[in-house]
Design a protein around this ligand. Structure first.
Ligand SMILES: *[C@@H]1O[C@H](CO)[C@@H](O)[C@H](O)[C@H]1NC(C)=O
Ligand SMILES: *[C@@H]1O[C@H](CO)[C@@H](O)[C@H](O)[C@H]1NC(C)=O
Ligand SMILES: *[C@@H]1O[C@H](CO)[C@@H](O)[C@H](O)[C@H]1NC(C)=O
Ligand SMILES: *[C@@H]1O[C@H](CO)[C@@H](O)[C@H](O)[C@H]1NC(C)=O
Ligand SMILES: *[C@@H]1O[C@H](CO)[C@@H](O)[C@H](O)[C@H]1NC(C)=O
Ligand SMILES: *[C@@H]1O[C@H](CO)[C@@H](O)[C@H](O)[C@H]1NC(C)=O
Ligand SMILES: *[C@@H]1O[C@H](CO)[C@@H](O)[C@H](O)[C@H]1NC(C)=O
Ligand SMILES: *[C@@H]1O[C@H](CO)[C@@H](O)[C@H](O)[C@H]1NC(C)=O
Ligand SMILES: *[C@@H]1O[C@H](CO)[C@@H](O)[C@H](O)[C@H]1NC(C)=O
Ligand SMILES: *[C@@H]1O[C@H](CO)[C@@H](O)[C@H](O)[C@H]1NC(C)=O
Ligand SMILES: *[C@@H]1O[C@H](CO)[C@@H](O)[C@H](O)[C@H]1NC(C)=O
Ligand SMILES: *[C@@H]1O[C@H](CO)[C@@H](O)[C@H](O)[C@H]1NC(C)=O
Length: 719
């Protein structure tokens, strides 16, 4: 089978050259999607996107992983295919989205094909009038294929929105009566994302679309705010699921009766796939779930018999870093009976799948800064203590369950941008594919260049700290050191792959890089996370002081006289706080990317629930909580060279924060540089921008640490 596709890579192919990984290498190297496995568990499809610095273009190919051997071959289609699902009359049948539509500009098309056939002969089965995405599909008993997709939709009539066909208004003005007018990097418009359900019926000559896909959110009562699925900006097809029998769809949307800027709460709704009845919230107010469960919901997943839904939900209605708990909803006539699953487990499960026999839930949850896989009986009582079946050496992105009883895991780590491996509860990991063994760009990243240690933090807690080593590291030498403070603050930065903060790349610049999981980081128990509440410059700052002392006294290969520090978001707030405090004098230079300098400006952000929780109150009633950790109040002490990067489309930490900080540093005569991208938000995503970001920031750190002699002048705009 599939003999006509050439083998492109074998999992054991090793590359000889050991040229240091450059910024361009890291950014251009293939970025692979997670693996999408077929029903027999023999084949998995994934996409791979790489960048060419000569043409300045990216290109995407699709590849097939032989799950038995790890062999990877080219799939017979390329970048015009945006998504694929395995569904149809055979175990190798697929349904895919072709991102072009010859009849409708801005639309897409659906095709069926069979990858088991000797030649690739796709059939066009549907023309869709908007840029639909997020395809999930299942074959029904009658032989049709029922599917769901999502797209922006007109609020007034529910029909899908196609930007290319829409009339552009003559004025650009936008007017609002309630806040939450913009989010992340986008202003809210009239349109909202919605899930659409459709059916491809099987007839003579193949499948054809029956009618138009229906907006399944249509009919939710518009109490106060508009429903939207996937929840923007990071929601995706994981926010909804189609039942295996094809009859129903579950999706989540933020609570329609609560203002979105103030609350995190979201509910799961169930609706017939043909939209013949209005959606019903199964865990909203008045449901049979526990009264304590009022927060955000995640990962609704149907059981194999289509009768139950597993999902996760937070308790707190307005705290985004509360832990998620697992639930199973058994559907009955009009609602559902909800039971908790291992609710006392002090972990925060997110990704959920039912075992093929419908008995267990396989869930992902983070432990010690790595996302692991866990198995829990679906009826486990509150006290059940799950154990991780995957190890700390990778962090999971996704997984699929194979008929063999093992999981096919898509993961990554600082030393591989993508690894596919199989593992079961009692079967050790078998690596099928790892990017670092085949991508020449990654030939110097390695598991031996990362480790971690624990030290005693500011309030006596053990703080896990990741360490990255420069090329040809020798413990008998001394290296300059970079301390990285992660964002969040309730998030982690463990041994993982990132194209924005790639820490093996940072170490490659000749530094030892240390990355503490300071107080407030999740995956060390909810109590540890909650300790950062109303405490931003408190315990976390003391953790960093203790880390510095630890490096001074206990780590011989680090030269603390050549120490620098960098951080983004909360990490940049911490840089700005350090600048005004004693620890600031220990660093030769600091770097802030999109961080706050002025706590009194907190209400310029989008998600007010975040600041109102973390500062424990409002600026009008609890002004002292905003004053206490305000970096700008310590401006008189500012004296360490500081690089500020801040982007114009960052609506989370607005550019005014970076700009006023720069004005203050310049006024005080503190060496400082300002870099901004007018077309980037909270992150730098565009590869051409990222090269510039890395170039000036690495040079800044190296110059002040005494590694490079000159600050780059080329490209710097003078007054
Ligand atoms: C990049 O594109 C150029 C020009 O088309 C081509 O010659 C070169 O081989 C490409 N590089 C890679 C790594 O594919
Ligand atoms: C994997 O690919 C190699 C090279 O094409 C081939 O020799 C080998 O037989 C393949 N293995 C399997 C199990 O298909
Ligand atoms: C798919 O594969 C399974 C297991 O090999 C087999 O039992 C089943 O009949 C196959 N289904 C189809 C439609 O070929
Ligand atoms: C995608 O659609 C275009 C026409 O819009 C067609 O030319 C192309 O062959 C299609 N590709 C695939 C893989 O279906
Ligand atoms: C829905 O409303 C939009 C905007 O008014 C309009 O362009 C579109 O044609 C309408 N769709 C239907 C099906 O009426
Ligand atoms: C949002 O929360 C704040 C603080 O609790 C409250 O004062 C305000 O009235 C809330 N806004 C809305 C629209 O409910
Ligand atoms: C579970 O995690 C612990 C702690 O990180 C690790 O030592 C252990 O090997 C993991 N278990 C498995 C089965 O990988
Ligand atoms: C993780 O490390 C353990 C212990 O060294 C090893 O047995 C396992 O194969 C590793 N897993 C992966 C996916 O690399
Ligand atoms: C590391 O050592 C190798 C072998 O001695 C050498 O070729 C390479 O240039 C060194 N790399 C760095 C970054 O010093
Ligand atoms: C250095 O390590 C020792 C032994 O682990 C520990 O007792 C001591 O507290 C560490 N020093 C600092 C400053 O953390
Ligand atoms: C939820 O968080 C708020 C602050 O945002 C806090 O006042 C409240 O005590 C928390 N409630 C629960 C049930 O944890
Ligand atoms: C938050 O505010 C409440 C009410 O004023 C107070 O009881 C609680 O101790 C505060 N929590 C923190 C962590 O500051």
């Amino acid at each position: 089978m599939m003999a006509f596709w050439t083998t492109v890579v074998g999992a054991s192919l090793l590359l000889g050259s050991a040229q240091a990984m450059t910024v361009e290498d890291m950014l251009a190297a293939p970025r692979r999607s997670t693996a999408n496995v077929n029903p027999t568990g023999e084949w998995a499809l994934f996409s791979s996107t790489k960048y060419n610095w000569t043409t300045h273009k990216s290109s995407t190919t699709w590849q097939l992983l032989d799950v038995t051997s790890g062999n990877v071959t080219e799939a017979p289609f390329e970048s015009d295919v945006s998504e694929v699902v395995w569904v149809g009359s055979t175990n190798t049948s697929i349904l895919y989205i072709n991102g072009t539509n010859e009849e409708v500009p801005g639309g897409v098309t659906l095709y069926t094909a069979d990858l088991g056939e000797e030649s690739f002969s796709p059939t066009l089965v549907a023309s869709l009038n908007a840029p639909f995405q997020g395809l999930k599909a299942t074959k029904t008993e009658s032989g049709s294929i029922n599917f769901v997709v999502n797209a922006l939709a007109y609020w007034k009539n529910g029909s899908a929105y196609n930007e290319e066909l829409a009339t552009v208004p003559l004025s650009s003005g936008q007017i609002y009566d309630a806040n939450y007018i913009r989010h992340w990097d986008t202003y809210l418009t009239e349109q909202r994302y919605a899930v659409f359900g459709g059916s491809l019926t099987s007839g003579y000559g193949g499948y054809s679309l029956e009618g138009e896909p229906k907006n399944l959110l249509w009919g939710i009562k518009d109490f106060l705010t508009r429903p939207e699925t996937p929840v923007q900006p990071f929601g995706d097809a994981g926010d909804y699921d189609i039942s295996p029998d094809g009859s129903k769809v579950a999706f989540l949307t933020k609570a329609p009766e609560l203002p979105k800027a103030n609350y995190t709460a979201s509910y799961i709704y169930v609706v017939p796939i043909d939209g013949s009845e209005a959606p019903v919230a199964i865990n909203g107010p008045g449901s049979s779930g526990p009264e304590t469960a009022q927060g955000a919901s995640a990962s609704p997943r149907w059981s194999p018999d289509s009768k139950k839904l597993a999902y996760a939900q937070q308790d707190n209605v307005s705290y985004e870093s509360d832990r998620f708990k697992l639930y199973v909803a058994t559907l009955d006539g009009n609602g559902a009976t909800i039971t908790g699953v291992a609710e006392d487990w002090d972990s925060s499960p997110s990704g959920v799948l039912w075992s093929l026999d419908g008995q267990d839930l396989w869930v992902t949850s983070e432990l010690h800064a790595s996302v692991r896989l866990w198995i829990i009986p679906h009826d486990a009582d509150a006290s059940f203590k799950p154990s991780n079946i995957t190890s700390p050496n990778t962090t999971l992105a996704d997984f699929a369950l194979l008929p063999s009883g093992n999981a096919l895991i898509s993961a990554a780590s600082s030393w591989t941008s993508r690894i596919f491996y199989t593992q079961g509860p009692s079967t050790p990991a078998t690596t099928l594919f790892s990017a670092h063994l085949v991508d020449s760009e990654l030939s110097t990243v390695s598991p031996s260049r990362v480790s971690n240690f624990w030290y005693t933090g500011g309030d006596g807690d053990q703080i896990q700290t990741f360490v990255y080593y420069p090329a040809n590291f020798s413990a008998s030498e001394k290296y300059p050191v970079i301390m990285i403070v992660h964002g969040g603050p309730q998030s982690t930065q463990g041994d993982s792959w990132s194209t924005r903060w790639n820490l093996q790349l940072w170490a490659e610049q000749g530094f030892v890089v240390v990355v503490p999981q300071f107080t407030g980081s999740p995956s060390y128990g909810q109590a540890f996370t909650d300790k950062i509440w109303n405490n931003w410059g408190g315990t976390p700052y003391r953790d960093l002081e203790k880390l510095f002392e630890y490096l001074e006294t206990n780590v011989s290969f680090v030269d603390t006289d050549r120490a620098v520090a960098a951080g983004a978001s909360f990490g940049a707030f911490m840089m700005n706080w350090i600048q005004g405090h004693a620890l600031g004098r220990k660093f030769k230079a600091l770097v802030s990317h999109d961080g706050k300098i002025n706590q009194f400006g907190a209400y310029a952000t989008d998600e007010l629930f975040f600041i109102q929780h973390d500062q424990n109150g409002t600026i009008w009633d609890n002004r002292e909580n905003y004053a206490i950790w305000d970096p700008l109040s310590h401006a008189k002490n500012f004296s360490t060279p500081h690089f500020i990067a801040h982007n114009d489309l960052d609506y989370r930490v607005v550019i005014a924060e970076g700009y006023q900080f720069f004005n203050v540093l310049q006024g005080l005569g503190v060496p400082s540089r300002f870099l901004h991208f007018p077309d980037e938000g909270h992150w730098v995503v565009n590869r051409e921008n990222s090269v510039v970001w890395h170039k000036y920031i690495f040079n800044w750190l190296k110059y002040w640490a005494g590694v490079e002699k000159e600050l780059i002048q080329e490209g710097v705009i003078k007054q």
